[in-house]
Design a protein around this ligand. Structure first.
Ligand code: 5AD
Ligand code: SF4
Length: 442
């Protein structure tokens, strides 16, 4: 009998990349592999890549280099590199030259065909496939995850927004939405396998269904998902501020399972920079959306993404970004130094910002956000929050961890039997990243 083959799958980048990595792992499972996290004993290593910033690419190239040594020790090891980095125009040839030890290359539009690529390599030789366009029918039949409490569900693919700094539309193609029936079916299947929380994924979930006729939008989809029996929570990312409708905010306010957490990337607080970024909203419009959320959902948590050092960003522009942080009070902010991505308009713009200025701005931004995160969490002390119990604490196995509806991490004592259920927790301690509390029986 053939030995049990082991696959290690690594995902870099966003939740979409993680979801794609799960799909690839599932495909290998159907070919007899079991998943593992021990690189030393692997028969196949898959890296699903990210190219959103140069730092991600450098990290991934380092990892691919490490795998070369592993392959020298274990010549039977197969290495597959997939996803956004491979999909970049002209990247395949360059990558193949830099990493000849890789056996399979697959672009973002070729993941569903991974089984055939694997077979090609099993028969000896190498495989590489990067299509320029997606194949819609294949794409709309993803494989559901098994047995997990929380799952990511793609509701759409691609992006039409072309923010001037961003490579995503160039590697994930134009926006296309999955049919509501397929999404609901996938979630019902997940629930049957024990899933209790889903995160609906899209680069811009707020424009879900814009191509549908008759009209059917993201709010309509959320209302449907909210009714699925046994499902406890529904989350979604990412929201583009320009498309965040009143209907959507109302739907979340009225929903039972729809979590009051908006990840609403602002990117910059300066109108001049927002325009150069092609974000299609002003700081005033953004703030009006935040006011609407706070009016209908006073306890909603808001998180964001911010880029510092975009070409042309002056000290004053940056001050406007800092000022917005103190107006909105984000629970969390993902902060990045602008990274030049070839093929995007911003890479060609003049007034690129020197690295030391970017670093200084990032430091200041992070320290403001750390204080805000702490203040936000301290404001939760003494109050009771609904928490989905997710598992044992990684740092202290006698404690449980879970998340609030706002996605804040909470640590508390309790019996492991309650994992997977909702409990009420009163918060009594807060740090920048975690909350500590006690279960309160109401
Ligand atoms: N440089 C820095 N950050 C970027 N992002 C996207 N492209 C770039 C880039 N070229 C950030 C944005 C986006 C997040 C996922 O990554 O903030 O919201
Ligand atoms: Fe990139 Fe903008 Fe699309 Fe987000 S909305 S994926 S930042 S182009």
């Amino acid at each position: 009998m053939e030995k049990n083959k082991k696959v290690v799958t690594l995902a870099y980048g966003c939740q979409m990349s993680e979801r794609d990595a799960e799909t690839l792992t599932d495909i290998t499972r159907q070919k007899g592999y079991t998943s593992s996290d021990e690189l030393e004993n692997a028969d196949l290593v898959i890296i699903n890549t990210c190219c959103v910033r140069e730092s991600a690419e450098n990290k991934i190239m380092g990892k691919i280099g490490e795998l070369k040594k592993l392959k020298e020790r274990n010549p039977n090891l197969k290495i597959a590199i997939s996803g956004c980095m491979v999909q970049q125009p002209g990247a395949l040839e360059r990558l193949q030259k830099r990493a000849p030890h890789v056996d399979i290359w697959a672009g973002t539009h070729n993941l569903h065909n991974f089984s055939a690529l694997l077979q090609q390599v099993d028969q000896g030789g190498k495989a590489a496939e990067v299509w320029q366009e997606p194949n819609i029918t294949e794409e709309s039949t993803p494989l559901a995850e098994k047995g997990k409490l929380k799952a990511n569900v793609n509701i759409m693919y691609g992006c039409d927004n072309f923010c001037s700094y961003c490579i995503v539309p160039h590697v994930r193609g134009r926006e296309r939405s999955r049919k509501p029936e397929e999404i609901i079916q996938e979630i019902e299947d997940l629930v049957k396998r024990g899933c209790r929380e889903v995160t609906l994924l899209g680069q811009n979930v707020n424009s879900y269904g814009k191509e549908f006729s008759p009209a059917y939008d993201f709010a309509d989809l959320l209302q449907k998902v909210d009714q699925i029996p046994l499902l406890l929570r529904v989350r979604f990312i990412t929201s583009h501020p320009k498309d965040l409708s009143d209907k959507l905010i109302n739907t979340i306010a009225e929903g039972q399972k729809l979590c009051e957490h908006f990840h609403l990337p602002i990117q910059s607080g300066s109108n001049f920079i927002l325009q150069r970024m092609n974000r299609k909203y002003t700081r005033e419009y953004y703030l009006s959306r935040v006011r609407k959320i706070r009016e209908l959902l006073p306890h909603a948590s808001l998180t964001t993404d911010i880029i510092v050092g975009f070409p042309g960003e002056s000290d004053e522009d940056f001050e406007q970004t800092l000022a917005i942080m103190d107006t909105v009070h984000y629970g969390q902010a993902f902060t990045f130094m602008y990274s030049k991505r070839s093929g995007t308009p911003a890479a060609e713009m003049n007034s690129q910002i020197p690295l030391d200025v970017k670093k200084r701005r990032l430091q200041r931004l992070m320290s403001v956000q750390n204080q805000n995160s702490l203040k936000w969490r301290q404001s939760m002390i003494g109050k009771i929050y609904e928490v989905l119990v997710e598992g044992l604490s990684r740092t202290n196995s006698e404690r449980l961890t879970g998340r609030t509806r706002g996605n804040e991490l909470v640590v508390f004592s309790g019996d492991s039997e309650i994992i997977g259920s909702l409990v009420n927790v009163r918060i009594h301690e807060a740090g920048s990243w975690t909350l500590v509390g006690d279960i309160e029986n109401l």
